[in-house]
Design a binder for this molecule. Sequence first.
Ligand code: PRT
Ligand code: ZN
Length: 226
Amino acid sequence: MMDKATRLKVALQKSGRLTDNSLDLMVRCGLKYSRGKDQLMCYGENMPLDLLFVRDDDIPDLVQQDVCDLGIVGLNVIEEKRLAFQAKGVQPLFDQLMTLDYGKCRLSIAVPDGVEYKDARSLHGKRIATTYPNILARYLRQRDVQAEIVTLSGAVEIAPRLGRADFICDLVSTGSTLLANHLWEAETILESQAAIITTPVPVSAEKQDWIHRLTMRIDGVQQVKE
Ligand code: PRT
Ligand code: ZN
């Protein structure tokens, strides 16, 4: 094994919608790895690259804190974190290196069946439940709409039925969750897919070289699949 400082650390989602595709991508890039005992890490055997498994929401922070050199996470999480850091006056230290061809979804405004919605102005004076308060706030600000953002950590789709909100702003892929909860998709506010983020802080030449090789291999893998 090479020196710790020269090994790339890549953060992946531990268990969720991005996990299988992200691990599969690493394998297709040629990575052979062994699992650590704690299941928290995988160690590259034929590349100086180790995988760290965490909750997706923690991935931008790990890159921000320079604990990891790279991370794979949805654009929705990247954008929400970027805006949250900016709101606190902290400079976000993660750059988007490339987008990946999985994890596709959209962040949309959804409306209870029977309720009218024409455009963003329909949200004026209303309560909107979401787990993406910063992205939603920017959307409302850009349209001069004043609305109350109800920040929830999950189960956003049941908020209207519980009387906690008039509308929701949530991720949609097939639309079946909205349908099952008697909601209809009115407006998309962000298109999302998985992406690789990296630190803008300069890394060693060896690490930079491996980041370059990895992105070339990912390009190759993604072109084959097209
Ligand atoms: O535990 P951890 O925090 O790591 O996982 P998580 O529960 O926060 O995330 P997870 O695994 O659900 O999603 C990880 C990422 O996958 C998201 O951040 C998105 O970038 C992406 N993704 C793609 C989705 C969806 N599609 C998706 N459909 N994330 C969530 N959903 C949910 C959505 O919130 C809603 O509840 O699925 C439901 C809607 O799906 P449809 O198909 O019924 O429309
Ligand atoms: Zn999460």
